[in-house]
Each structure stands twice: as structure tokens, then as C-alpha cells.
Design a protein around this ligand. Structure first.
Ligand code: SAM
Length: 267
């Protein structure tokens, strides 16, 4: 492993500080009853800490240069290495391999943060995810309405679980040192499944498509007029020229349901 070349394209910024690694695992609430999925084992620093605290760890890694090293390091342990590109495997495959509920804990490769969050939050076997992300992404995940960070990612995460930032992490904790600071966020997935689907997510994306425009202009095209949308917004307690960022997640759900049902009675 002496002359390992870090690959930017795989988002390789590794951690070594044992205190930090242990803190992440403790914040994730990992115990000997837990099965953990990790995305991106790297040189196995977080994997090793997870292995000490968890019952079983399934760790993905895409970089073939790391395979032999990892295989030797974790031979005979409770770590099962999955030498796969996580974006290429199906949820069905993953759920079969893991065989039940799991916690996701990872220092994520930043180039796939959003797709990973979106996808894993939808997986009914996920209990929680505790992930290192860029600080600005963490701020978007936990944002409150009426702030610049509040948007599709906030609503997407808030639809499936409750999110909190558990720590800030200075860029100097990584090697190589990235250009931005990071943070660890934890999202506990709600136990009850949301019945809202892709159409709702698309509706939210549409609502935020032009942030400075009125919400009623952004979401036209659902067989309802701009005036009708404005009437609904007013009945919900908003101004008729409300913008997407003003609506809480619950109000987004309410607005979507009302528009779909055209049942414009507001309690
Ligand atoms: N867990 C290690 C640590 O904390 O030091 C490494 C974290 S590093 C930020 C991200 C890791 O994810 C890298 O080892 C990278 O090769 C791996 N990776 C990147 N894209 C991946 C993918 N699509 N599937 C699986 N692993 C991936």
C-alpha cells in the first residue's frame, strides 16, 4: 500500500484519527446488535471501528487497488467486503445480501452524496444513516423554511426521517485535505412508511425550479389554474404570491394532496 495514489474521481479523502472515528460510530448508535452498511471502505479506518462495535459490517469499495489490502486486513473478521460500485447494485440485491434491518454509516464519496441519500432513505430496511458530507450539504439537509439552504434535499430527507447535524469536521482531519469543511449528519428513518411517491418529489423539484418565482407559477401543469393554486395557498395561511421556500414539509404534503384531489377544503 506504500505508493497508493489517491483518486479524486472516487472522492478519496481518508480519515485516520481514531477519536473522530469512534465518535462517529458512537453518534451512529452502533451496538453489537446492529448490522451496518458502509459505502467506501477506503483503507478501512472507519470499517475497523465499525467492526469493533457492530455485529456485522458490509463494506462497499469500488477501487480495485484497495481490494487485496482490505481483504487481508479483514480476513476472518465480521466484515464482509463488497467490491462493487454501490450505484450499480440493486436494492433487491443489497437487501438479500444484508438480510434484514441495517444502519448506514459512511464517510461518503462526495460526488454521489445526494443519490445515495435519496436511495437509501427509501429503503424500508434502513434504520438510520450517519454520514460525513460536505458542510454545505449538511446545512441543506437540516435547513429550516425561509432560509436559502431550504430546498429539495431538505424536503426529500425530511419526508423519510428526522435529520440532525451531529458534528462539524475540519477539512484538516482528512488526507488528502479537501477544499471544504465537512459535517456528520444523522437521519433516523421514520418507522411508518410515507405513501408519497416519485410524483411528489417531482412536484417539490418543480416548486423549487425557480426559487425567486411564485410557487403558483412554478407548479402549473397539474390540471389546475394559477388562481386555484393561489386560493389554496391563501386558505392554507400563505400569501397568494408565496414562494416554495416558505412552506414546511407538512404543508408541501398538504398542498400536493389538495392539488391532486382538487379537494380544496382546508380544515
Ligand atoms: N471510509 C474511508 C475513510 O473514512 O477513510 C474512505 C472514505 S472516502 C471519502 C470514500 C471511499 O468511497 C473511497 O475509498 C472510494 O474509493 C469509495 N467509493 C467511491 N465511489 C464509490 C462507489 N460508487 N461505490 C463504492 N465505493 C466507492
Amino acid at each position: 500500500m506504500g505508493n497508493f495514489e489517491f483518486k479524486k474521481k472516487f472522492g478519496q479523502n481518508f480519515l485516520t484519527d481514531k477519536n473522530l472515528l469512534e465518535k462517529i460510530v458512537l453518534e451512529a448508535g452502533v451496538t453489537k446488535d446492529d448490522t451496518v452498511v458502509e459505502i467506501g471502505a477506503g483503507k478501512g479506518a472507519l470499517t475497523e471501528m465499525l467492526s469493533k462495535h457492530a455485529k456485522k459490517v458490509y463494506a462497499f469499495e469500488i477501487d480495485s487497488e484497495l481490494f487485496d489490502y482490505l481483504a487481508q486486513k479483514f480476513a476472518g473478521s465480521n466484515v464482509r467486503l463488497l467490491f462493487e460500485d454501490v450505484t450499480k447494485v440493486s436494492d433487491k440485491w443489497l437487501n438479500e445480501i444484508v438480510g434484514g434491518k441495517f444502519k448506514l454509516v459512511a464517510n461518503l464519496p462526495y460526488y454521489i452524496t445526494s443519490p445515495i441519500l435519496t436511495r437509501f432513505l427509501k429503503n424500508p430496511n434502513l434504520i438510520s444513516l450517519t454520514v460525513m458530507v460536505q458542510e454545505e450539504v449538511a446545512d441543506r439537509i437540516i435547513a429550516k423554511p425561509k432560509t436559502k439552504d431550504y430546498g429539495v434535499l431538505t424536503i426529500m430527507c425530511g419526508l423519510f426521517g428526522s435529520a440532525q447535524k451531529v458534528m462539524n469536521v475540519n477539512r484538516k482531519m482528512f488526507y488528502p485535505v479537501p477544499n471544504v469543511d465537512s459535517a456528520v449528519v444523522k437521519i433516523d428513518r421514520f418507522k411508518t412508511q410515507t405513501n408519497l411517491n416519485e410524483d411528489f418529489i417531482n412536484f417539490v423539484k418543480q416548486a423549487f425550479s425557480m426559487r425567486r418565482k411564485k410557487l403558483s407559477s412554478n407548479i402549473l401543469g397539474k390540471g389546475i389554474s394559477k388562481e386555484e393554486i393561489e386560493q389554496i395557498l391563501v386558505k392554507m395561511g400563505y400569501g397568494e404570491s408565496a414562494r416554495a421556500e416558505e412552506l414546511s414539509i407538512d404543508d408541501f404534503k398538504k398542498l400536493y394532496t389538495l392539488i391532486c384531489d382538487k379537494n380544496i377544503k382546508i380544515n
